[in-house]
Design a binder for this molecule. Structure first.
Ligand SMILES: C[S@@+](CC[C@H](N)C(=O)[O-])C[C@H]1O[C@@H](n2cnc3c(N)ncnc32)[C@H](O)[C@@H]1O
Length: 240
């Protein structure tokens, strides 16, 4: 479904192992907003190397991870505890999952990978119980927009960002080796995401724009993450 993730899976797993700041901010947000998960049935959409699934399972959840990349699923298999279910599935359809069969759904940093992001919200609403929680994160569409780049803030530090485009488009970063340099991304304005989420049957509960912790050791091109949020996190509740 997403060409490229099989080849990129080992590198992505490395970023996860190195606790790459953007990925850690996403996991922290998702785990915080899901709250205590003991005994809950949690679906992790685009589960990748399985680290979020592992943390959810460690918290006592019955976790199902869904991903379309066999390579990612293979890596996740070695990371998650026994009893965690991993499925090869398209998150835009979730055809193998029953209606109202999950208490919570997580989608960490994956909606920028799918052509039809509203289909993901609709599928999530279908498999959630009424009043079930969905928590999702994306790279922040206002700051990680197409071809945006870190720039000198006037002190020799790459503390600012130049923003170049905002309308919906598929794009690929020109920075090789990065997730978006290798795989590209679908960019959509913030309002498109929020409106699609609400139109799919969710009440909005909270929104977060976390920044990198001040003590965090950052690469020069990540310094702007201290002031300009690299991710957007959203929590919603499926309507009764
Ligand atoms: C950037 S990775 C995020 C992985 C993980 N959620 C995390 O936050 O570390 C995006 C993941 O979504 C998966 N993915 C992309 N499109 C998908 C689709 N249509 N159906 C299922 N998985 C998909 C990719 O294979 C990849 O594992």
């Amino acid at each position: 479904v997403t060409p490229g993730y099989d080849a990129f899976a080992p590198r992505y797993a490395e970023l996860v192992n190195q606790r790459y700041v953007v990925i850690e901010l996403s996991y922290a947000f998702v785990l915080d907003r899901l709250g205590p998960v003991t005994g809950k049935r949690v679906l992790d959409l685009g589960s990748g190397p399985g680290e979020l699934a592992r943390r959810l399972a460690a918290g006592g959840a019955a976790v199902t991870g869904v991903d379309s990349s066999r390579e990612m699923l293979g890596i996740a298999e070695d990371r998650v505890p026994k009893g965690t279910r991993l499925l090869e599935e398209d998150v835009q359809a979730l055809t193998t999952l029953d209606n109202a069969s999950f208490d919570a759904v997580a989608a960490s940093l994956m909606l920028m990978d799918v052509p039809d992001f509203q289909a993901v919200f609709r599928a999530a609403a279908r498999v959630l119980v009424p009043m079930g929680t969905m928590v999702w994160t994306i790279t922040h569409p206002c700051f990680q927009s197409p071809h945006s780049e870190p720039i000198d803030d006037g002190t020799g530090v790459l503390g600012h960002r130049r923003i170049k485009e905002y309308s919906p488009t598929w794009w690929r970063s020109d920075r090789p080796g990065t997730v978006r340099g290798e795989l590209g991304a679908y960019h959509r304005p913030l309002s498109d995401y929020m409106n699609a989420f609400i139109a799919s049957g969710f009440d909005l509960i909270s929104v977060a724009e976390p920044v990198a912790p001040s003590g965090e050791d950052l690469q020069p091109d990540q310094v702007s993450h201290r002031t300009l949020p690299p991710i957007l996190g959203v929590e919603g509740r499926r309507k009764p």
